[in-house]
Design a protein around this ligand. Sequence first.
Ligand SMILES: [Zn+2]
Length: 148
Amino acid sequence: MGFGLNFFKKDKDGDNGKNHQNKKLITITNNVINGIISYSKMHHPYEAILILEGKRKKGEIYINNLVIPPFSVHGPFYSGFPINELPFDLKYVGTAHSHPSGSSLPSIEDLNHFYGLISIIICHPYDEVDIHAYNSQGKEIEYCKKQS
Ligand SMILES: [Zn+2]
């Protein structure tokens, strides 16, 4: 089963293939989408990583700001930062990072270093369709976009 092929299932209700645990609603503002895209392009061919800031209420996550992490390290194969050194702050809902290799899937490393509730991966060539959101189990979750 290809991940990218699930794209238009969004509007179908009662789809058997859909896990109800993944119904968590994620909203991302247009500014954040554009910020992730341009930051990733800027760092290519290196990985880029950003912290997602937002609000959570009743299982819904609203992402409206990006924060450049302290001590971020950019390398050709791995971009990481010491997650342990980040303050525990409820407004940090997750991270976004780029995959210059073009893979849209989270790596083992990504899942082992999961921070917050959501991990966004943007793969080369960094268009909007290259943005994918995952939960801590590595399952892709849908998001909707909001102007703001
Ligand atoms: Zn990764």
